[in-house]
Design a protein around this ligand. Structure first.
Ligand SMILES: [Zn+2]
Length: 132
């Protein structure tokens, strides 16, 4: 019998797969696709992950040293990232609420792109993520 947790996990896995297929279809460099794949699977080598696996160093962000360095912190909550997003002046509506989960955030980007059919904005977004 499936537990509720298993159900949530498998729907997350389904979402990861469909988002990965979407990412593969984007006209962006292979290394950026691979990088987004790591973000979707939560295996981007952040300091928080290193710290929990090796038990050495600090889990804190190498840039601001104020918060634990998770994928979401690096991309959305760190003051460094904030500056970059403001400079980029990309308009993605309603994304603030999903910033605590990269998978949900990327899913909203996917929906917005399918609605607007705007490959260019996606390319720029993926490029910014990679550069942050
Ligand atoms: Zn930071």
């Amino acid at each position: 019998m499936k537990t509720a947790d298993n159900g949530a996990e498998s729907s997350r896995a389904n979402q990861q797969t469909s988002l990965w297929n979407f990412t593969l279809g984007l006209k962006i460099k292979q290394k950026i696709k691979h990088f987004i794949w790591k973000c979707l699977n939560r295996i981007l080598p952040t300091d928080a992950i290193f710290h929990s696996r090796i038990g050495k160093g600090t889990p804190n962000c190498t840039r601001c040293d104020k918060r634990v360095e998770t994928t979401e912190h690096i991309f959305f909550f760190c003051e460094h990232a904030d500056t970059i997003w403001k400079m980029a002046q990309l308009k993605w509506d309603g994304l603030e609420d999903t910033r605590n989960d990269f998978l949900k955030w990327w899913d909203l980007i996917r929906m917005a792109i399918e609605e607007r059919n705007d490959q260019e904005a996606t390319k720029i977004t993926a490029f910014i993520l990679w550069h942050i």
